[in-house]
Design a protein around this ligand. Sequence first.
Ligand code: CR1
Length: 777
Amino acid sequence: MKFEKEISSFLELEYGKTPQDATPTQLYNAVSKAAMRFLAPSWHKQPGKKRACYFSAEFLVGRLVYSNLMNLRLLEKCEDYLKQHGIDPAVFEQIEDDALGNGGLGRLAACFLDSAATHNLPLDGYGIRYRYGLFKQYFKDGFQKETADDWLRFGDPWSVCRPQEKVMVEFGDQKVWAVPYDMPVIGFGGKTINTLRLWEAQGVNEFDFDLFNKQQYELAVKERDEAEWISAVLYPNDDTPQGKRLRLKQQYFFSSASLQSILREYVARHGEDFSFFSQEYAIQLNDTHPTVSIPELLRILMGEYHLPFDQAFTIVKDTFAYTNHTIMAEALEKWDVNLFVSVLPSVYPYVVMIDDSLKRELRSCGILGGDQEKYKIVCTNMVHMARMAIYATHSTNGVARIHTEILKDRVLHEWFSLYPDRFNNKTNGITQRRWLALCNRPLADFITQKIGDGWITDLDQLERLRPLADDSTVLAQFMEIKAEKKKELCAYIKEQEGVQLCADFIFDVQIKRLHEYKRQLLNAFCILDIYFGLKDGRVKDFYPTVFLFGAKAAPGYYRAKGIIKFINEIARLINGDPKMKGKMQVLFVQNYNVSYAQKLIPAADISEQISTAGTEASGTSNMKFMLNGAVTLGTLDGANIEIVERAGEENNYIFGATVQEIEEARDSYHPKKLYEENPRIKRVVDTLIDGTFSDGKTGMFKELYDSLLEGADWHKADQYYLLLDFIPYCEQRLKVNRDYADRLSFTRKCFLNTANAGKFSSDRTIMEYANEIWDIG
Ligand code: CR1
């Protein structure tokens, strides 16, 4: 049946509706199901090929309907169909389905799946089908509030439940079913379709009739409810895990289920001869979250299939590889041994075996006694997951060049000395299908007009734009597209936030999770400094600017929430000041997520990437902004370094202390001195305590103030060096502002960022993983 016919017949059969009287949700389900029928014949694994498996606690896929239709080449057909029936093709913007991840780590996983399928690489994702994704955020009196993300209320037409493939997962105190839901991962052009398999936890006994008959209703469903808890909700912490029992259960739940399903496939082909296993499967551990897979595979091979340790451990090492995504000390996962043993009593002995093997190896390298401490997997009553991930795999990679260097030189130096060959870099990337073709169609069409559409699957072709950088008509067109995207964003923001922004201002955007190290507070201080400067005449000829923020704070991260409140207070002051009319606006958008990013990024002129040098492993929004023609205002951190290396420092705005300078400043850093000596610093920092703003008597602002000038028992004052970088940041920001006034030469910089973004395609990244780690190229 034709695609369009399929949609109509689904609507009729399922809901008894015509397209005209169907709701957006019904249309969404009908269109998606019609597309699923269309792709079904191509959705199968190619036999005889090694497959790579991406184990990740998060997949932040974003709204699927448009991207899937685009990849299947059905988007235009669908739009025509909707229009024919008098329906706005943007109708699916009301469908929210993008929350099964926190931030960069989960979004990276989604970009990788897209790139692998597009380039015909056999890569499947394995994770958790959370009942509730990342919370939704709104502001009340400027404070963040959270509500549950009930993403299933729109239905889930892109998943297929496969109950016949369920597996049992056993904990010390509990057994549960893991039921797989498979989603097609559609490569561009629709030729290769891989699978994202997400597991849902279900009770083993639906429900206890005996108890029910005894009228013990709560007990009757208790077992089921406790099972369902495991996949109920995504932990909302980016970078800082909490070491909670339920979190370990989640990790083991999807690790064990995924391994069981892979082994089931393998055994069906080879029986119990495991000698081909690592030639047929590569498993990438996305951070330490799935690292319990290592002792679990060992347990299955030794405990269930009776392989000796050496043989099983060789298979484990050859199969697994590990990616590190952060050097934040608090994020290197450790589990209390007692907790680990009580949740996973049958797995723990295999952790000990791995640790014993490590100690033997250390001894043979002459590392003895106390020198072993920093390596030991079980140490001071903790299980160190990153150590296990490095020792029991053949590859450890960082996610940007500088990040990998920091791992080798400092954070994991002892491991690098032991196994130098295991360490490698894979600089992150983003998929240009979602982050250009889909989110910025005017720019995509413009590029295609100039150089053809090859860039969609080969982003290096953007280089061919370079010769056009001095053509003023080309630049004028480029500028016009940005103006159009700004207008669209303003309309959207008016609708969402009730705020009217000026579309002809500069758009300066910082969007990412709220973290002290990402320094949204530094951005806020600088905005205040400009504001005061405008008021007292120190800042002249300022090009009017909209300062935009988007970020969620982990619900328990008190300081991060204080920073949100502070920025909302600044917005209130500045937007309400009649003298600032036509000069500046500040807005913190609510519920920043993938769909919001798709609107904000194409409209941005300035990409704020201002983390303390050495703290942001890579960043990926920096790449999205670059691709969409924004200049980076940033520090030499993470992938910013590689971005300016490509696009030219002259086309971007770098400021602040380098990793080395921070290192050197560390011991003698005295933020209070900077504060006392520099009146501009003092003025902005003092707004936290001098009554300029109210924190509703929570004490949040005073706490922020103290964190900068006094420190706390767990950290020194201003541990992220805001005051050190403050003046250079303000200066550089004013420089961008001045440069912007020369519209043509500024547009040239933006244009050259787009033209040089080729390297930052996740197509490049995934091919490096495929060739250098997985051997599936
Ligand atoms: C890093 O903070 C990086 C992404 C993807 C994040 C960010 O800099 O771009 O990973 N790390 O590699 C993270 O979430 C748990 O760690």
